[in-house]
Design a protein around this ligand. Structure first.
Ligand code: PEP
Ligand code: MG
Length: 573
């Protein structure tokens, strides 16, 4: 799986996670206080080390990812872990290394066994922190990966976020790992640092040897051992071509996303955390089309209060002004659990009490966020939208709570914006069917295609075995999207797409043909989508939709949209 683009050639450097030989000692009663103090000192030193790493990262191009270490710092403060170690040192009378290692392994095993990508990431965080604390206890701190020049490609079973934090474009050419996914911290970091990366290559550490030469293709996920002169030459020209395309895209920053024949689309960016705003500004996006606020609720034990949320939303609004920021209210649940809110156990979390359903059941949590958004509204161009609305009653219920939040602020004399524009995410088929009625209650629609396709075709969006069914070219998808766009336009409101489809170059012709007014996607894709829009004309795009509505099958719909895309902007593929 290619997770960070780019091409690199270099000598293999196999990175083994050093297995510390753990000392084991029985202690006397008189030694226990000193042992507890030694453990406390190691925690303190690890905290200092993480803070220093975090600061270093904050000044690098990967500044947005410095927050990763917040999760590590939280581990050091987790009372269930730390106090258990204190307790066991005294009870079992063993040395701190041994006790800490066994307690943390127990936690890691539990986290790693739960079938949840988020919790598995936490297990990696815990493993990473454990290694650091042990190094301090053993007096071996400060060992680092990196310090190599660009002639090496790191090959590892797995790299932890702190491993990758010690890497930069000058000391490594690329990296290849056995474990990991597109959303793992390591992949996020590689993209942020601009280092090509490939993950998921089984047994690669035992199939390569230190010092052998490989060429890696971070676009397709291939590696070549001892590449031939022809392979090299082929990739050399591909690398030059990609560089040329990227340079060309920079010239587009100040230009409008407009088709040949004058149709102007709004092109915005999606963000999860405010640290992404630099990249958004550089991309030329016209504001934020989706701010996934649930990320503010991750990696913590207490949910953010009104003041904290107000400060964050205000900061985002001020940075993005005069462009709009569309704040999506809390979309927790499904594949996005958090420790700070008790979601309870559910058999089918994607069909369970997630997003707006959770908020309507917990009006105080919801209204805290709504008050923060309304207050931040005076500092910029804020709009808000509700996720996962399934029908009119739910929308009216949410609007009633919004009115309550406003009146609470009014009664308290707290300044806020009365007319924050309200929109609705269309991601449940029943809402799509009732779009005409719902459109009378809001100012805009934003279609969440990730979930809409999942619920329309009963395909778990995270299950790789049925991923082929999560197909935007399915004629049922085209029909439902067309009916939503028509319903919105008849009611005089605009409609955008903020799911991953908005950043899929193969489908830009189809989306334009449907009459979509706004596309919102990850900042890295914004310049590419702009180029796609500027290479298309509405007539050709509408024809694709015409054929799709009059009987094309999925394969034909796909062939037409990708065919037009590949003719008009072949260099982007
Ligand atoms: C979607 O469902 O398409 C969407 C944008 O929301 P999320 O991916 O956060 O569920
Ligand atoms: Mg969604």
């Amino acid at each position: 799986m290619a997770v960070a683009p780019g091409i690199a050639e270099g000598k293999v450097l196999i990175h083994q996670q050093e297995e510390e030989a753990l000392p084991f000692r029985d202690l006397q009663e008189s030694e226990l206080d000193a042992e507890v103090a030694r453990f406390e000192a190691a925690l303190f030193a690890t905290r200092g080390e993480l803070k220093a790493l975090q600061e270093r990262l904050a000044q690098s191009p990967a500044a947005g990812d410095a927050g990763i270490f917040d999760a590590h710092l939280l581990v050091l403060e987790d009372p269930s872990l730390i106090e258990e170690v204190f307790r066991l040192i005294r009870k079992e009378r063993h040395n701190a290394e041994f006790v800490f290692h066994s307690v943390s392994q127990k936690f890691i095993r539990t986290l790693a066994s739960i079938d949840d990508p988020y919790l598995r990431e936490r297990a990696i965080d815990l493993e990473d922190v454990t290694r650091r604390v042990l190094r301090h206890l053993l007096g071996k701190s400060g060992q680092r990966l990196g310090g190599h020049d660009r002639s090496h490609i790191i090959v590892a079973d797995e790299l932890t976020p702190s491993d990758t934090a010690t890497l930069n474009r000058d000391n490594v050419a690329g990296f290849v790992t056995e474990k990991g996914s597109k959303t793992s911290h390591t992949a996020i970091m590689a993209r942020a640092l601009g280092i090509p990366a490939i993950v998921g290559l089984e047994n690669i550490t035992s199939r390569l040897e230190n010092g052998c030469t490989i060429l890696m293709d971070g676009y397709s996920g291939k590696i070549f051992l001892n590449p031939s002169p022809e392979t090299r030459a082929g990739y050399q020209s591909l690398a030059e071509q990609k560089e040329h395309v990227d340079e060309g895209l920079e010239d587009l920053r100040e230009l409008d996303p407009v088709t040949w024949d004058g149709r102007r689309i709004t092109l915005a960016a999606n963000i999860e955390i405010p640290e992404e705003l630099d990249e958004v500004a550089a991309s030329g996006a016209e504001g934020i089309g989706l701010y996934r606020t649930e990320f503010l609720y991750f990696n913590r034990t207490v949910p953010p209060d009104e003041e904290e949320q107000y400060a964050v939303y205000r900061q985002v609004a001020e940075r993005v002004a005069p462009h709009p920021v569309i704040i999506r209210t809390l979309d927790i649940g499904g594949d996005k659990p958090t420790e700070c809110l008790d979601l309870g156990h559910e058999e089918n979390p994607f069909l369970g009490c997630r997003a707006i359903r959770f908020c309507l059941r917990h009006p105080e949590i919801f209204k805290t966020q709504l008050r923060a958004i309304l207050r931040a509204g005076i500092h910029g161009n804020i709009k808000m939208m509700f996720p996962m609305i399934s029908g009119l009653e739910e929308l009216l219920h949410a609007k009633a709570l919004l009115a309550e939040a406003a009146s609470e602020l009014r009664d308290a004399g707290t300044p806020f914006r009365e007319d924050v524009e309200l929109g609705l995410m269309i991601e449940v088929p029943s809402a799509a069917i009732m779009a005409g009625m719902l459109a009378r209650e809001v100012k805009f629609f934003s279609i969440g295609t990730n979930d809409l396709l999942q619920y329309l075709m009963a395909v778990d969006r995270g299950n790789e075995r049925i991923a082929h069914l999560h197909d935007p070219a399915n004629p049922a998808v085209v029909r439902i999207l067309k009916s939503v766009v028509d319903a919105a336009h008849e009611a005089g409101i605009w409609v955008g797409v903020c799911g991953e489809l908005a950043g899929d170059l193969e489908f830009t012709p189809l989306l334009l043909g449907l009459g979509i007014d706004e596309l919102s996607t990850g900042a890295a894709m914004v310049p590419r989508i702009k180029k796609a829009i500027r290479s298309l004309d509405m007539e050709a795009c509408r024809q694709i939709v015409g054929h799709a509505l009059s009987g094309d099958r999925a394969a034909e719909i796909y062939a037409r949209t990708t065919g037009l895309a590949r003719t008009r902007y072949p260099d982007l593929f």
